[in-house]
Design a protein around this ligand. Structure first.
Ligand SMILES: Cc1cc2nc3c(=O)[nH]c(=O)nc-3n(C[C@H](O)[C@H](O)[C@H](O)COP(=O)(O)OP(=O)(O)OC[C@H]3O[C@@H](n4cnc5c(N)ncnc54)[C@H](O)[C@@H]3O)c2cc1C
Length: 483
């Protein structure tokens, strides 16, 4: 190849080399095992004072309760505190992805959910692309199980918190940590956490697990900005709709990279959600913002051709509720400090492409517990040791956040990429749909789409779509409403 030809192709060559280097780096990061370096910490032979805990966990959602369960199961003394009393509601799409199902199984919670008919394992599912290409297939046979399961958060969170309590955690409900920041006694190496009513609890480690708006992480300066994403939720009464699938995402062009979704519960009740994912200009979620959420949510239910047809004219729909999404560690550059760890939504552990965070909350909660147990052995709770927690969650799921963000930007700029995925599903069927489901539910990293055996067929699908849209003039089903 001549020098000129080389220059001509330097962009492509740099791209290939970059992708190769990134893949090698990911390979080594994925293989590396992180451990605590300090072996003789200050508290190694110091027994815990009476009435104090190894860890005080603020927030008994999936992250806090999972952390509490694994700590108590392995002999640690834990106070698990929450301002609410379980069962309590939490606005959510209720889609619990495989990595969370694996942890729930290990905890014995999945069996309880199944025995009480509180879990619906998704089989038929898929998505509708921005130009209205719909693919709904069956996933369980190809996957050897469900990629996701719908569980109402009243049931899910109650069962995880109660499991932690039954394993030995001191679950303190109605304990709201207020404006007064927890205080740390350097000499004793103990935090004091106070409730708005003046109750106190002391512990060696403080685990902040109080959700996306995390009052604690904000007040203590670990989180520097409010969450930028938002999502709605409305239940639709079972028996009043026509939906015959388990879970479908609808990528309306106007709100990309956000999307709406329907998930079906065991009692035929539906959960309808509309996710707005931060992207583009600051404060924006693509071309829309939080102020548009109600209009988009109501508009989708009323006039989206796919959704309105699926739910039918007699659906009994609850009023819209909404809550914040803190995605991809947004505003929380560091999730550890001396005697302190931040987990789940409080640390921004939500996938920036999908808005899903139950599995990452639970994986992070477990990683936090593993790290605290090791720190307990070594008697060192300094940032040199808590840092290992951040390395572990980065290895488990955090490295994927950058690719998810890139994916969201690409979908926003080039919606045809989603059309190409739907096109490829239409060509090869469930095989492609299952790959999609695996990546979207964090069973595989987002880089999976870069593998030649996946990327090359998708490249051809992109060409087919481009031809169909730009040359053949295939009508956009969202625009025509003809589905
Ligand atoms: C509308 C919506 C839809 C979503 N859909 C999905 C989905 O389908 N699938 C998915 O995987 N993820 C979804 N997510 C994200 C998911 O809900 C979160 O990632 C998950 O709940 C994080 O768990 P957590 O334990 O970190 O926080 P949370 O579940 O928010 O738990 C925090 C706990 O802290 C307690 N608390 C808060 N402040 C205090 C205080 N001051 N004192 C004491 N206790 C306090 C709260 O009462 C709560 O129990 C969705 C989010 C939203 C908003």
């Amino acid at each position: 190849m001549s020098l000129d030809r080389l220059r001509e192709h330097k962009g492509a060559i740099a791209g290939v080399l970059g992708a190769g280097l990134a893949a090698t780096a990911i390979y080594y990061i994925a293989k590396k095992s992180y451990s605590i370096k300090v072996r003789q910490g200050r508290f190694r032979d110091v027994s815990l004072p009476e009435d104090t805990y190894d860890a005080v966990i603020v927030g008994a959602g999936p992250s806090g309760s999972t952390c509490a369960y694994y700590l108590t199961k392995n002999g640690a003394k834990v106070a698990l505190i929450d301002k609410e009393t379980f069962p309590r509601d939490k606005y959510c799409g209720d889609a619990v992805c495989t990595p969370a199902l694996n942890i729930l199984e290990d905890m014995g919670v999945l069996k309880e959910l199944v025995d009480n008919n509180e879990a619906h394992f998704a089989d038929s599912g898929g998505f509708v692309s921005p130009s209205g290409l719909a693919y709904i297939g069956q996933s369980q046979e190809k996957l050897g199980g469900a990629a996701a399961c719908a569980v109402k958060r009243t049931n899910l969170d109650k069962r995880i918190a109660w499991k932690a309590r039954d394993t030995g955690a001191d679950l303190r409900e109605g304990f709201e940590v207020g404006k007064q920041n927890p205080t740390f006694d350097q000499e004793e190496g103990l935090w004091t956490v106070s409730s708005t009513e003046g109750k106190e609890v002391k512990g060696r480690m403080l685990v902040i697990a109080d959700g996306a708006t995390s009052k604690l992480a904000m007040q203590m300066g670990y989180c520097t900005e409010p969450p930028k994403g938002v999502c709605s939720r409305a239940f639709i009464e079972g028996g009043t709709h026509n939906v015959d699938f388990d879970g479908v995402c609808f990528y309306q062009r106007e709100s990309l990279p956000g999307y709406s979704a329907i998930f079906r519960h065991p009692n035929d009740e539906l959960n309808f959600c509309y996710y707005l994912i931060p992207c583009g200009k600051d404060g924006m979620c693509g071309d829309v913002s939080e102020a548009d959420l109600k209009r988009l949510h109501d508009g989708a239910l009323k006039s989206d051709p796919f959704i309105s047809k699926a739910i039918g004219p007699n659906a009994k729909i609850e009023r819209m509720r909404a809550a914040a999404l803190r995605l991809g560690s947004q505003g929380v550059p560091q999730s550890y400090d001396d005697h302190l760890i931040i987990v789940g939504d409080a640390a921004g552990h939500i996938d920036p492409l999908t808005g899903e965070g139950i599995h990452t909350a639970m994986m992070g909660g477990k990683a936090a517990a593993d790290t605290i147990l090791e720190m307990r052995e070594c008697g060192d709770f300094s940032a040199a040791s808590t840092r290992v927690y951040q390395q572990r969650w980065m290895q488990l799921f955090g490295h994927d956040f950058a690719y998810s963000k890139k994916g969201a930007e690409l979908i926003y700029k080039y919606p045809i990429l989603l059309d190409a995925c739907a096109n490829e599903m239409a060509r090869v069927g469930d095989k492609m749909m299952v790959r999609w489901a695996e990546v979207m539910t964090n069973m595989r990293p987002k880089t999976y789409f870069l593998r030649p055996d996946v990327a090359v067929p998708l490249g051809f699908a992109l060409l087919r779509e481009w031809w169909a849209q730009k040359v053949s003039g295939r009508p956009d089903k969202y625009k025509t409403g003809l589905i």
